[in-house]
Design a protein around this ligand. Sequence first.
Ligand SMILES: Nc1ncnc2c1ncn2[C@@H]1O[C@H](COP(=O)(O)OP(=O)(O)OP(=O)(O)O)[C@@H](O)[C@H]1O
Length: 244
Amino acid sequence: MKLKLINLHKAFGTNKILNGISLNVDQGEMICLIGASGSGKSTLLRCINLLEPVDDGEIWLDGAEIGDPALDPQPVRQKIGIVFQSYNLFPHMTAEENVMLAPRRIFKKSRDALRPQVEALFNRFGLLDRMQHYPDQLSGGQQQRVAIVRALAMNPEIMLFDEITSALDPELVGEILEVLKSLKDDGMTMVLATHEMAFARDVADRVCFLDKGRILEQGIPEQIFSNPKEERTRDFLARVLRKH
Ligand SMILES: Nc1ncnc2c1ncn2[C@@H]1O[C@H](COP(=O)(O)OP(=O)(O)OP(=O)(O)O)[C@@H](O)[C@H]1O
């Protein structure tokens, strides 16, 4: 087991957002979290990455408990990369500088020492000629690919993706979904919050339907999409699939 979540609870004030989430993620597995807006997908990903402390429950990574708020979150964040909808690139830095920032600080490596690996990542995602560009000189899809490269430059063991195609023009969504497929082919362990139902159905190993901070049901995409057990999953899928 790569990642194990046991009975996670999280509230903001009196607003309970996660209400007992338990989930196992195997090495190399891609899990898609689906659910209505506000069901807690982003909060769950942020808790896994320790950007938010959980109120209760346990998070295990590779057999070690990482969720204890008393522990230093930094080593865990190196192992668990996260990419957001809004790219979050620094506008005053080139794509290369954005990518090198964290590895330079954390691994204490020089630009020259990092360059081969960073160039290889830019090359892999079709961005080699964009390394010296600033974010506002790049398309949304290119910025999002740079954000993915930035997370991968830390050599994470797990990648979390929070609605990473939601801010993109429709014609740019495909290139990002291709990147995700290629990471899956590499064997990367991934958890994605997504509204891309066709992608979840065709590519995910497992789909989890979140409802009011609980995993209402989970299973292989074929089962969840063609024969959901729960009424609320059925309603949600009917609603989102109608929109497409
Ligand atoms: N830092 C915060 N402080 C207070 N409330 C928060 C905070 N972060 C999230 N929330 C609340 O938690 C609830 C769940 O939000 P979350 O972003 O996890 O849902 P989601 O399923 O990812 O939704 P979406 O699909 O719209 O991104 C929302 O009601 C949101 O307002």
